[in-house]
Design a protein. Structure first.
Length: 145
């Protein structure tokens, strides 16, 4: 299984981090993909690295270094603008994990844009909300808030 990750530059809450760590421990995962931004991508990277899976990390850095985390991993893809980079993460994964900053979909949010792209691609998505609760969306299911 290949896991893609998206989250806010504000970083994950402790509850989100705990849920991500617990979920990772239960999956048979071949690769991890994230967007190399400060905040949640960096938190996700640190969780995966702490579990000893650094070589399985695939990093999709943005062109703009303003929020780049400069994580080190198994493979670093060529830099791209935010949306094409996020699309690449969705295209590469079997399941998208998302850690948004809130409970309601936002229009001007890279995290929610990535979630919407995954929906269009009919990828399974697991949204981990700030309180650690989660919702799984399967193929052809619509986001309803």
């Amino acid at each position: 299984m290949i896991i893609g990750f998206t989250g806010t530059k504000d970083g994950m809450t402790i509850e989100q981090k705990n849920e991500v760590r617990a979920m990772i421990a239960t999956f048979e995962i071949d690769e991890y993909h994230h967007g190399d931004c400060v905040g949640s991508d960096e938190d996700f990277h640190d969780i995966i690295a702490s579990l000893g899976f650094t070589l399985k990390l695939n990093i999709h850095p943005p062109l703009n270094d303003k929020y780049r985390a400069f994580c080190k991993g198994g493979y670093i893809f060529p830099r791209k603008d935010y949306i094409p980079r996020d699309d690449d993460i969705v295209d590469a994964c079997d399941v998208l994990l998302a850690a948004p900053r809130g409970f309601i979909e936002e229009l001007h949010s890279g995290t929610w844009t990535t979630i919407r792209h995954a929906m269009k691609k009919e990828k399974p998505i697991i949204i981990i909300y700030p309180d650690g609760s989660k919702k799984r969306f399967e193929k052809k299911e619509k986001l309803i808030f």
